[in-house]
Every structure is written in structure tokens, then in C-alpha cells.
Design a binder for this molecule. Sequence first.
Ligand code: DOR
Ligand code: ZN
Length: 355
Amino acid sequence: MSSSTLTFTMPDDWHLHLRSGEMLKQVLPFTSQHFGRAIVMPNLPSPVVTVADAEVYRQEITACIPETDNFTPLMVLYLTEKTDPKDVKAGFLAGKVAAVKLYPAGATTHSDAGVKDLEKIYPVLTVMETIGMPFLVHGEVVDAEIDIFDREAVFIETKLMPIRERFPKLKIVFEHLTTKEGVDYVLSCDQDTAATITPHHLVINRNALLVGGLKPHYYCLPVAKREQHRLALVKAATSGDSQFFLGTDSAPHLAEAKESACGCAGIFNVANAISVVAQVFEQEKALDQLEKFLSLNGADFYQLPYNRQKMTLVRQHKPLSLPENIKIAEGEVLAFDPLLDLHWDVQNPLGMKIK
Ligand code: DOR
Ligand code: ZN
């Protein structure tokens, strides 16, 4: 039973982990059914550092896209202190890579090859600023003395502001924003600074992770913060402001790797990402801004055309059931439980092409 429907431009996911091999095969259809394009993170065990690596990875992904779906992966280079500015420039101008991602060394999953000394990457940033190539930032410091809940705010002060000052025209995406400080910083900048926001950071705070027992399936990086920060993210996303757009940061791990003495960071959320976001926008009486956050703002920032396909959401009276977990040979990947009732169901034959 539906009481209303919403039809809008097919969304894009501006921050996604697809992995490789069997995991890729199993998780990709969830993305290709719900999104026209996705910015594919390069933090594979052997990271995607050159344009040639990105081409190989793109082919692996493309081979797994179901025939019914019209999905384009947008490839990203993993920045190292040895990244060659010429390779970056040639790859971007040829349309082979869409962006470059900064992982501070040690910040998260497979970030060991990341950057320790930011000045070493200045030649790459100089080229990127000139050609208008987006610089995607995992915005957390890794210093042992900085509390994990403060890592994003300290990154802004000590790393991001100096980069912004040095490269005033560089297009920067502050990935998976989790703090009010982050929101305020982005709003203080001009249109060359934007941020992705995940579905999970819109609906959970750190209590979901820590109250009533340790809940490893709510552990991700940057870690969820206090409620006041979640509220700031909700306000930013639902405002329709062009500097904020969806990046699911869907990051599948086997359940046993998360339910461990040293559990992996990451939440697999693509199966209900759109429904979660729509629910938040409904709660905020901001459904009129939903298309901007899901489908327009990111494309504008990346200077790409909007998707031609449409998506339709139908509001079901009864709450939707949780998506099924994914089974692969090595184990299971658990789907995100947002801890709230979801009513907006993705309806149309997904990925339907407009003739
Ligand atoms: O929670 C996370 N998982 N955060 C990241 O930055 C990386 C990701 C992953 O690759 O598992
Ligand atoms: Zn990520």
C-alpha cells in the first residue's frame, strides 16, 4: 500500500568501496541497481596507484556489471608520496581517472601506502589545481596523542587549512564528514570545497556502537561522533546546499572480520542507502531537497552531466524489512540496520534505461 511516490534523477554514489574478486561480484549489483555512477575507492590490498592500475580495476568491475544495469564506475588514484603528476594529468585528461584520494598513512583500511609528509604531494596537487581534478580527502590525523573522536577536527586545523591556503583553486572533497566542525569548515569555503556524507552518519551516533555492548557492525572510520554532530550533518544534507552530496562509504567486510578482537572498520549499506536517506529527509520535512543531495550536487561539483535515468521511490505504509545479508564462499557480509523504520522503497525496474 503506497500513499505517495517520488520520481527523480537516478542518484550517484560519490564514495564507494567495491573490493575485488568474489566480494566485488556479490556487492556490485546493489550499487549498479541504485546508482548511475560511483566514485570507486582505490584502497585495495594492492592499491590502485597508477592510471594503468585503474584501467585494470575498471575492467574487473565492468565485467561484473549485470547486463540490465546502466552503471559507470569512476576510477580514483590512491595518492602516494611517489605518485607521478604526469600520470595523473594524462589519466584525467583522457577520462580514465576522475579523482585522486588522500589516505594519511595509517588512517584506515589499507592505508599503509598512504601519505606521511603532505609537502611531498604538492607537485601532484599543483597539477590537479590547474586541470580542475578533484582531490578527495580522508580527513583524519593519525597522531597517537590525538583522541580518535577529535581526529577530524584536528585534521581541518593542521592539514586541510594549510592545503587550502596553498592551493586556493584546488577542488577538494572532504570525504565522509562526521563533525559539526567539518560542516562549518565546508560552509566557510567557496564552491571548490565540498563534502560527502554517508547514510550511516545521518542516522547513528556513537551510542549505536558502544551502548548495551560493543556493536562492531556500527564501527567505521571516521567513527560516529556525538549526537550534536549527527544533527549538524543532517542539517547540512537536508539543506540542499550544493557543497554536500551522498557518498555511501559502503565498505563490505566479512562478519567474522568485524566481530573480532581487532575488528575491521566499514559498514555495508548500499542495499538500503537510498531508503535510509529518504527517511531522514522525510523526518526533516525536506523531501524537496532529496534530489539535490542524491543526484544533482555531486554531478555539478564533478562537472558531469546528470544521469538520464530516473528512480522512483514508493512510500510503503508498513516498514520495509532489512535487506538480506550477502553470502560468499568465505562467509557473510551483514547489511546495515539503521535502527529506524524505513518506508521509502526503491520501486522501478532498477537501472531502467530511458529510450
Ligand atoms: O570504515 C571505513 N572503511 N572507513 C574507511 O576509511 C575505509 C573503509 C574500508 O575500506 O573498509
Ligand atoms: Zn571510504
